[in-house]
Design a protein around this ligand. Structure first.
Ligand code: SF4
Ligand code: SF4
Length: 81
């Protein structure tokens, strides 16, 4: 019986740690500011207003981004990945 309870507790702990991992940190996109030329194409195609050019560089708002990859596809410099 104790083994069963121990196994149950371990499963519960594993489940908790998996669900606590930040999805935007693990799967989010980044902008290479050395490659970005500030053309604004990504801003125009983003359906969620999740990316904007600020001071010449695109900046992604991870809380709005839905990972549709339109900005990745449109970027002429390959600066979003
Ligand atoms: S499309 Fe690419 S180069 Fe243009 S602003 Fe966006 S990230 Fe920068
Ligand atoms: S992946 Fe889609 S939602 Fe996220 S910033 Fe790019 S265009 Fe916007």
């Amino acid at each position: 019986m104790m083994r069963y309870i121990e196994a149950l507790l371990i499963c519960f702990a594993l489940l908790l740690s998996a669900s606590c991992a930040g999805p935007t940190e693990a799967t989010g996109l980044v902008v290479d500011t050395t490659a970005c030329i500030g053309c604004g194409e990504c801003e125009k195609v983003c359906p969620y207003n999740a990316i904007e050019v600020i001071d010449g560089d695109a900046v992604i708002n991870p809380s709005l981004c839905r990972l549709c990859y339109r900005c990745v596809e449109i970027c002429p410099e390959g600066a979003v990945y």
